[in-house]
Design a protein around this ligand. Structure first.
Ligand SMILES: Nc1ncnc2c1ncn2[C@@H]1O[C@H](COP(=O)(O)OP(=O)(O)OP(=O)(O)O)[C@@H](O)[C@H]1O
Ligand SMILES: N[C@@H](CCO)C(=O)O
Length: 316
């Protein structure tokens, strides 16, 4: 999965007729991803990605996401460029869903991480942050600390059924993190990706060739994005922290955008926050997705491991 909505070739042909990107040669649904339906389109002009927005994404926010990608791509970042139809509109409707076509990016996501890839990831993340400068529209982070406690409480007793004592442990960690969380003015802010996991980064010949999936992007602390990457990229077998990966990400990042002293000292806390955020959304999905659904559920406890690690870390 994910193809939640099936499309007939005639429907797609008619839809494509309103764009200037050639005639349909072939198309197929893409299995990866869990949030939206994605199709690879081959036209007489090249390859494109068609996304039908299904879950979690609030349709009223889509212009912000598409505008951000247009801004970043315009600044030379390797991210999908939304394609406009003949009337200049990028956000359309297809099969009753909000829909957009973007450019196709080459490369593949890494299945085996190493220091070299982490270094390049760090550089790309910093480039994304610099490129976001000038995109003035603000999108508050819908999964910021204020959202965490309600998310945890909405899981009720099911969290403890997954792992006895989980609710109490997360509740106590959450309280400490919330109290210590930096104020809005304390750290540099800007447009962040907020979900830059290895599956959202394509590589070609050891270089980053594409960053995708901007639908959690928001305006928040730049260093929080780094904290998300340190969580997602630096645990071997989802268990063991790999300091050399973290060092490589930081080195790559700082070769493009040096961190301030305040950002460096906030990192262990931001990493705990990032661990809680993914623990909670995974927990919510675990509880609310039937075990036999076509979507593969992601393990919430992999982020409990990270939370415990960063809670005990004086620095990253
Ligand atoms: N612009 C692109 N160029 C090439 N391939 C893409 C592009 N966008 C998406 N894909 C392919 O589609 C797959 C799913 O995309 P994506 O990760 O955005 O899915 P999603 O369901 O929206 O998000 P999530 O990762 O949060 O589940 C990717 O793994 C990749 O194979
Ligand atoms: N990257 C998220 C899921 C999709 O956004 C996770 O691994 O929990």
């Amino acid at each position: 999965m994910a193809v939640y909505t099936e499309l007939a070739a005639e429907t797609l042909e008619a839809f494509l007729g309103t764009y200037g990107i050639g005639l349909l040669v072939s198309f197929h649904g893409i299995a990866e991803g869990v949030e939206n339906s994605n199709f690879l389109l081959r036209t007489t002009e090249g390859d494109f990605i068609l996304t039908l927005f299904e879950r979690r994404v609030n349709a009223s926010e889509l212009p912000w996401f598409l505008g951000l990608m247009q801004h970043l791509a315009g600044r030379g970042l390797n991210c999908p460029l939304p394609v406009s139809d003949r009337t200049g509109t990028a956000l359309r409707t297809l099969a009753g869903r909000p829909a957009a076509i973007t450019t196709f990016l080459p490369g593949v996501s890494a299945t085996q991480l190493d220091e070299g890839l982490c270094l390049e990831l760090g550089k790309s993340l910093a480039r994304l942050h610099l490129a976001g400068d000038g995109y003035g529209a603000v999108r508050p982070n819908a999964l910021s600390p204020a959202a965490w406690a309600p998310l945890l409480e909405s899981c009720g007793e099911s969290a403890d059924a997954l792992s006895p004592g989980l609710t109490a442990e997360v509740r106590s960690a959450l309280r400490k993190i919330e109290e210590a969380w930096p104020s809005v003015e304390a750290l540099p802010r800007g447009q962040i990706h907020a979900d830059l996991f290895p599956d959202n980064v394509f590589f070609q010949n050891g270089q980053v060739s594409g960053l995708i999936d901007f639908y959690f992007a928001c305006t928040d602390f730049l260093a929080y994005d780094l904290a998300i990457c340190l969580n997602a990229w630096c645990f071997r077998d989802e268990k063991t922290f790999e300091p050399s990966f973290a060092a490589a990400i930081l080195q790559g990042y700082e070769s493009v955008r040096p961190l301030t002293k305040a950002e460096k000292s906030a990192l262990p806390l931001l990493c705990q926050g990032a661990a809680i955020r993914f623990l909670l959304t995974r927990l919510y999905d675990w509880i609310n997705t039937p075990a036999n659904a076509l979507v593969t559920r992601k393990d919430p406890l992999a982020y409990l491991v990270r939370l415990r690690h960063f809670a005990g870390a004086a620095h990253v």
